[in-house]
Design a binder for this molecule. Structure first.
Ligand code: PEP
Ligand code: MG
Length: 747
């Protein structure tokens, strides 16, 4: 067998056997065992009741066929089916999941390779080979068995189809999934599933040359499609970033590596369709083991391309015919999703998207945010549990996906959606109004941004500027550092869009979990507290200086504000400031005014506050990080979400003191963590004297509406009483919430 390819002889034999009207599974098992030089080959089929039944074997006792049954998750076979992963074990019987079945007579076999059999995302069974000698199977052996598993999907699907009781009860009951909210919002509609093509009917080809020609045509067609998509992206609200993301995607499309793998599989005897599926699933398996979010996003790109290639191979889909629209409110479910497909689906009218494996910094999430499309990620098994056409509720605020909701829940969510639409309409009228509380206290509401497509929100919500521009986001979207000219062009676009309103550019906050693909960072045990952010900038001053130069160039004589993240000591701040001042001497025209500020994110700064306020032109509280370090609670850990509250006595005491000190030193203070976008928190912050708040753009109008409804003087007294009464209680949120509701404050 040649490395990486399945043998033509095996494919030819399998083709003969599969052509028979009733596929002889035991003969198939014998052929596979012989070809793979393994003593055992067994085939397990998924039966009603989530049970895997041994349906054929070569090498185990024949009387076990039909008798040996394992539940999903039970034993190694059940484990492979439950996780959907390949198991390659030199010493299977000592694996903790091994389940002994005496009737099989498998005691002598040490090594085991198990591959799940799936079709269109559905688990159908597991194929296993075993050997006496303890050994790890080679990569090409695993690939061969994966190809075999793909071929076995057809007979196993036929076997379960039409069986009494085969209808899975689990797909008719309501199901509730807790997910990672990636883009806020609510969608209620029917499920559509991404990548739900019928599995290719023809897997084995008679004429490889013809298949290679079909592949070449399809690749050309796919490339034309991507070019069209890039050309059309100019009309989208997110034009610039969308184009950047698509350009990166085109590079993946041009990468000859995976197309060569497809061609190799065709040469071995697979049809072009089967070869594309195999190549994509190999990449998927390999990348699955890589724990880097950006590399994992490349998997989504490859899968997206594979889908495109399969569509291009499908003769029934002539070029240029737009895909059918989806039902109104449709919710797209996908295992992974690349940027191009998300744009396609958006064009077809989806109202929300759920991606099983998606990260907040992934391409799909970046695009979804730009399109204001509610999105959930990190939902395991949603696809397996859903049927196209099922009703679903996507709650992007609370991170919930509910499949087949009960009637009363559906009505409750419909009411919420209705209220939300009514509120949005009312808020839209607020955009032009000044932001002040009912008693007339002026407030500055600004937006947090990181991508050019978010700039349009400045005018849409009537924000007073950008209180936090996260410069690393554009680089994460493109997967690389930008050079000085590219950065300068980007920052100039931001300043142009702000049209004189202040923009607080935050220097690169990379490291920790925000890694570029080529970052040479070693895996750190506590990345959030590791070598990240300004620490990197000070240790690699060339990198920071390039960014500072780009900012000065972008300002080109206009006022410029720069702030440094993750400052832990005043000395760090002054060192960073010195770099900026040195760069200022080199750039002409110099900015009309240069304001240099510090984020307050590291608790140690709180005990250096006088020194900091003396050195900084402004400070901004990064409550996301400050909270995580104050309470030693990972901000990304779902298990800790909501456990510690910004509306608790210690934090309020701290924020109040900060506001007082900054006011006394005449240093502008703002807060730019996520909490600023919660109307109730914004009220409290304003009452404590923090009146400049920077938040995600969608929160500006709701916060404005809440503040406009409150007399801050009266509210301050209420807050003081509640704080006095509260003592050490973990959070004041309950009583504050009750007060706001009683006083008709829209929170
Ligand atoms: C923060 O930590 O509150 C903050 C605004 O910065 P980021 O969320 O980018 O870490
Ligand atoms: Mg931070």
């Amino acid at each position: 067998m040649t490395a990486g390819t399945i043998s033509r002889r095996l494919l030819a034999r399998l083709r003969e056997l599969m052509a028979q009207s009733a596929v002889p599974l035991s003969e198939l098992a014998a052929v596979i065992a012989a070809e793979m030089v393994s003593e055992v080959c067994s085939i397990y089929a998924l039966r009603p009741g989530e049970v895997l039944q041994l349906v054929a074997t070569h090498g185990l006792r024949p009387e076990a066929v039909g008798r040996t049954r394992l539940r999903i998750g039970e034993g190694l076979v059940g484990l492979s089916a439950a996780t959907g992963e390949i198991l390659n074990l030199p010493d299977a019987q000592n694996h903790p999941a091994f389940a002994y079945r005496p009737e099989t007579g498998e005691e002598p076999f040490a090594a085991l390779l198990a591959v799940p059999v799936r079709r269109a995302g559905r688990m159908l069974g597991v194929v296993v080979v075993q050997n006496r000698a303890a050994r790890l199977y080679a990569e090409d052996e695993a690939e061969t068995l994966e190809t075999v598993a793909m071929l076995l999907a057809e007979p196993l699907a036929a076997m379960t189809a039409g069986e009494p009781g085969g209808e899975d009860l689990a797909t008719t009951l309501p199901r509730h999934f807790v997910a990672t909210p990636l883009v806020a919002g609510l969608a209620i509609g029917t499920v559509v599933v991404h990548g739900l093509r019928p599995a290719p009917m023809r897997l084995l080809a008679d004429d490889p040359a013809r298949e290679q020609a079909r592949l070449a045509q399809a690749v050309a067609r796919m490339r034309r499609g991507i070019d069209q998509l890039i050309a059309a992206s100019g009309d989208l609200p997110a034009a610039a970033t969308t184009r950047d993301v698509l350009e990166a995607y085109r590079l993946v499309a041009e990468d000859a590596g995976w197309l060569r793998r497809v061609a190799e599989r065709i040469a071995a005897g697979l049809t072009a369709e089967a070869a594309v599926e195999r190549a994509a699933s190999e990449v998927r398996e390999r990348m699955r083991r890589i724990n880097d979010p950006y590399l994992r996003e490349r998997v989504a790109d490859i899968e997206d391309l594979a889908e495109r290639l399969l569509a291009a191979l499908d003769a029934g889909a002539p070029e240029g015919v737009p895909p059918a629209p989806v039902p109104p409110g449709a919710i797209l479910l996908a295992r992974r999703l690349g940027p191009a497909h998300l744009l396609d689906w958006h064009g077809r009218g989806i109202a929300g998207v759920v991606v099983e494996e998606a990260s907040a910094a992934g391409h799909a999430a970046i695009i979804a945010r730009a399109l204001a499309l509610p999105m959930l990620g990190g939902v395991r098994d949603a696809l397996a549990a859903a049927e196209p056409g099922d009703l679903a509720i996507l709650d992007g605020d609370e991170g919930q996906l509910i499949l087949r909701p009960a009637e009363d829940l559906r009505h409750a969510y419909l009411r919420a959606a209705h209220d939300r639409a009514a509120r949005a309409l009312a808020w839209a009228g607020l955009a032009g109004a000044p932001s002040r509380s009912r008693d007339g206290t002026p407030l500055r509401l600004m937006i947090n941004a990181g991508l050019t497509q978010e700039l349009a929100a400045l005018d849409r919500v009537g924000a007073e500027g950008i209180g936090l521009f996260r410069t690393e986001i554009a680089m994460l979207a493109r997967g690389r550092l930008l050079d000085v000219a590219e950065q300068a062009a980007l920052y100039a676009r931001v300043l142009d869009a702000a049209a004189g309103r202040p923009v607080l550019f935050r220097t690169l906050d990379l490291g920790g979990d925000k890694l570029l693909p080529d970052a040479d960072a070693e895996a750190a045990e506590n990345p959030a507290m590791g070598w990240r952010s300004l620490r990197v900038g000070l240790d690699r001053p060339a990198l920071l200086r390039r960014q500072l130069r780009a900012l000065l160039l972008a300002a080109s004589g206009r006022p410029l504000s720069v702030m440094f993240p993750m400052v832990a000591t005043v000395a760090e701040f002054t060192a960073a400031k010195a770099l900026l001042l040195a760069e200022r001497e080199r750039v002409r025209p110099a900015p009309a005014r240069l304001s240099i500020g510090s984020m307050i994110e590291v608790p140690a700064l709180l005990w250096q506050i006088d020194g900091l306020l003396a050195a900084a032109d402004f400070v901004s509280i990064g409550s996301n990080d400050l909270m995580q370090f104050l309470f030693a609670a990972d901000r990304g850990a779902p298990a800790l979400a909501g456990r510690y509250d910004i509306l608790s006595s210690p934090v309020l005491t701290l924020l109040e003191a900060l506001a007082r000190r900054a006011a006394a030193a005449l240093v502008p203070l703002s807060l730019c963590g996520e909490a600023a976008g919660e109307p109730l928190v914004a009220l409290v912050l304003a009452a404590l004297g923090i009146t400049t708040l920077s938040m995600n753009a969608a929160a500006v109008l709701p916060v404005k509406a809440a503040l406009a409804a409150v007399d801050l003087v009266a509210f301050r007294a209420v807050l003081e009483t509640l704080r006095r009464q509260a003592g050490d209680v973990a959070s004041l949120r309950g009583p504050l919430d009750a007060w706001a509701r009683e006083h008709d404050v829209p929170i």
